[in-house]
Design a protein around this ligand. Structure first.
Ligand code: DGT
Ligand code: CA
Ligand code: CA
Length: 585
């Protein structure tokens, strides 16, 4: 048995094999099949390794019998004989160049042959040097423009190698808002919008890509470059600028005439994967797509679009919500009028995970209830951290629960516009027990469990802990299931498919936690859980009344997981919702 391989490592091997096939002139359809499979693995965060271990590799979309066999060999033996044979007489250095913008497999091969790139380590440096010296433009199939492009791409790549952390979506939002405000100062800016991962509501954002519509590009460009937060200008062109602001965050601006704004918005919203699928869909209809519009392949006539919606309409597509532009089957669904009707913030009727000053929250029960009433919620649940029997003693905890129950009953009957539920957030302890005895859990309206310690235990023990919660008849909700903290702590190492199977079997609810650095379940797991019909709830985990506004971030995650309102429990009416909790079932 070889070591565990990440999806990324597997993708790397497959990409190199695919490149070798291309150079060797393999069958076009076979290459296409590989590309599809690679795409599927790249966009999935289910571990292929896990799938393989449970004999389910062939369930990955696009992975057929022969690729299943290859993946099996790779994960079992550490290598694939056929791949080794394919690349035997190819210069090793070419594989280091694959994936660099402007360099496909054949170009990589040409460069590697021209500059004798036998050493992978030195390959990038050698190509950059050759480009700087103007030696690439003379190779057949390359030109001055390509040479410059390659140099730029390698420089870019080097930069990303000393990776900056990506900003949380919520942080990027504050920057985008500041740019919008500054842009408003100039009346010549007719429209401006941040696109890319930001518009797709990805949980982290690498840089912000703005499209700006104007009739006066020169004046607008000058204004943008005068944005006071800029500390460095990386690229300064007539229509394009890249700048760095104070916190080392990059902003890209693309200035465009209002007639072409819609096309620009479509292109730079991405994702890359969505655009690839869209391009091939358009190609079949005789069109080619770019940031400037839609071109008829035959007549070369260019259709321009001021509005993005018209761009999709021209292709006979419903407009795809940015959150699901993922390169799955959204284009087909858009063609057939079958896009999901994604959940919206206004669908939310309650929130079941919030804290008061009983534990680590800042507001009182009364204040939290008022805030939820202000939101128009029909039901709410307080889930303070449960009092500890160890530190307070059994009798004291019972006393607390008795008096807290009275408080809740009182406030619940005081307001007939909102149902106020009494719950606790209890810990899933390292030894796989739950931090509050059953006879206390029984007295609550609902129970949330969460992992708060011992995150790096092995899979077996972690699963044992989760199973304690999943099999427990009094547990309702598993909070922030992966326990990740974005940019800080990885998701715990669990076989999510096994866990989902168990959750489904025992009819438990998985939380989508709305905290900007949690957003947990992550969207890709939301997608899988939803496909399996698992019950989901979007909670804020509010520690103050202001935090109740975090709900919109959780809704974004649900949307990226393709959820409709019906897929999320807290869109249901009070009566329907309560039936999903053990106590009211
Ligand atoms: P980020 O910035 O890393 O969070 O992710 P994005 O998605 O914002 O990526 P970015 O900033 O590199 O590019 C913005 C969008 O522009 C991207 O979502 C799609 C489009 N785009 C950029 N470069 C390419 C490309 O080489 N091919 C295609 N098809 N689209 C691209
Ligand atoms: Ca971006
Ligand atoms: Ca960018």
């Amino acid at each position: 048995m070889t070591e565990r391989m990440t999806n990324q490592e597997i993708v790397k091997v497959l990409k190199e094999a695919e490149a070798a096939m291309e150079v060797k002139g393999a069958n076009r359809f076979r290459i296409r099949a590989y590309q599809n499979a690679i795409n599927a693995i790249e966009t999935s965060t289910f571990s292929v390794y896990d799938l393989w271990k449970s004999g389910r590799v062939s369930e990955i979309p696009g992975v057929g019998a022969s690729l299943t066999q290859h993946i099996n060999d790779l994960l079992k033996e550490g290598s694939v004989k056929e791949f080794e044979n394919l690349r035997k007489d190819l210069p090793d250095g070419m594989f280091e160049l694959i994936g660099i913008q402007g360099i496909g497999a054949k170009r990589a091969h040409k460069l590697a042959s021209a500059f004798e790139l036998d050493d992978r380590e030195a390959a990038l440096e050698k190509v950059a040097e050759a480009a700087e010296k103007g030696k690439i433009q003379d190779i057949p199939g390359f030109g001055e423009k390509t040479q410059a492009q390659i140099l730029e791409a390698i420089t870019e790549l080097k930069k990303t190698k000393n990776e900056k952390p990506r900003l949380l979506w919520a942080q990027a939002e504050t920057i985008a808002e500041r740019v919008y405000k500054y842009a408003k100062e100039l009346p010549e800016i007719q429209k401006i919008e941040a696109l890319g991962s930001y518009r797709r509501k990805k949980e982290t954002v690498g840089d912000l890509d703005f499209a700006v519509a104007t009739e006066d590009p020169e004046k607008v460009m000058q204004h943008l470059l005068d944005f006071p937060e800029i500390v460095e200008v990386l690229v300064e062109g007539d229509k394009k600028a890249s700048v760095v602001i104070g916190n080392e965050f990059q902003l890209d601006f693309r200035v465009v005439s209002p007639d072409q704004y819609g096309s620009m918005v479509q292109y730079f919203t991405g994702s890359k994967y969505h655009n690839i699928v869209l391009r091939s869909f358009a190609l079949d209809k005789g069109y080619s797509l770019s940031e400037y519009g839609i071109k008829e392949s035959k007549s070369k006539k260019l259709h321009e679009f001021a509005e993005e919606a018209d761009f999709y309409k021209f292709l006979d597509l419903d407009i795809v919500p940015p959150e699901i532009r993922q390169g799955k089957n959204e284009v087909d669904l858009a063609a057939n009028g079958n896009l999901p009707k994604l959940i919206q913030l206004s669908d939310i009727k309650g929130d079941l995970h919030m804290h008061t000053n009983f534990s680590d929250g800042t507001n009182t029960l009364e204040e939290m209830v008022q805030a939820c009433r202000d939101k128009g919620y029909d039901y709410m649940g307080i889930a303070d951290h449960a009092p500890s029997v160890e530190s307070r003693g059994y009798a004291a905890v019972q006393k607390i629960i008795t008096s807290t129950r009275e408080n809740f009953n009182e406030i619940d009957s005081k307001y007939n516009d909102i149902k106020v539920l009494y719950g606790y957030e209890v810990n899933l302890l390292a030894d796989a027990s739950i931090s509050l005895p059953d006879e206390f859990l029984e007295q609550l309206d609902f129970v949330i469990v969460g992992l708060h310690t011992a995150f790096s235990q092995d899979r077996k023990q972690l699963m044992k802990r989760y199973m304690t919660a999943i099999e427990h008849p009094l547990v309702d909700i598993i909070a922030h299931p992966t326990a990740r903290l974005i940019n800080e702590r990885d998701a715990v190492d669990v076989n999510w498919m096994d866990l989902f199977d168990a959750v489904k079997k025992h009819d438990k609810i998985l939380e989508i936690n709305s905290y900007p650095d949690r957003l947990d379940l992550p969207f890709d797991l939301v997608f899988e859980a939803r496909e399996r019909g698992i019950k989901l709830i979007i909670n804020t985990d509010a520690h103050s009344t202001g935090h109740l506004d975090l709900m919109r971030f959780g809704v974004s995650v649900a949307r990226r997981g393709w959820c409709e309102a019906a897929d999320v429990l807290n869109t249901q009416s009070k009566d329907a919702f309560l039936k999903n909790l053990q106590k009211f079932a």
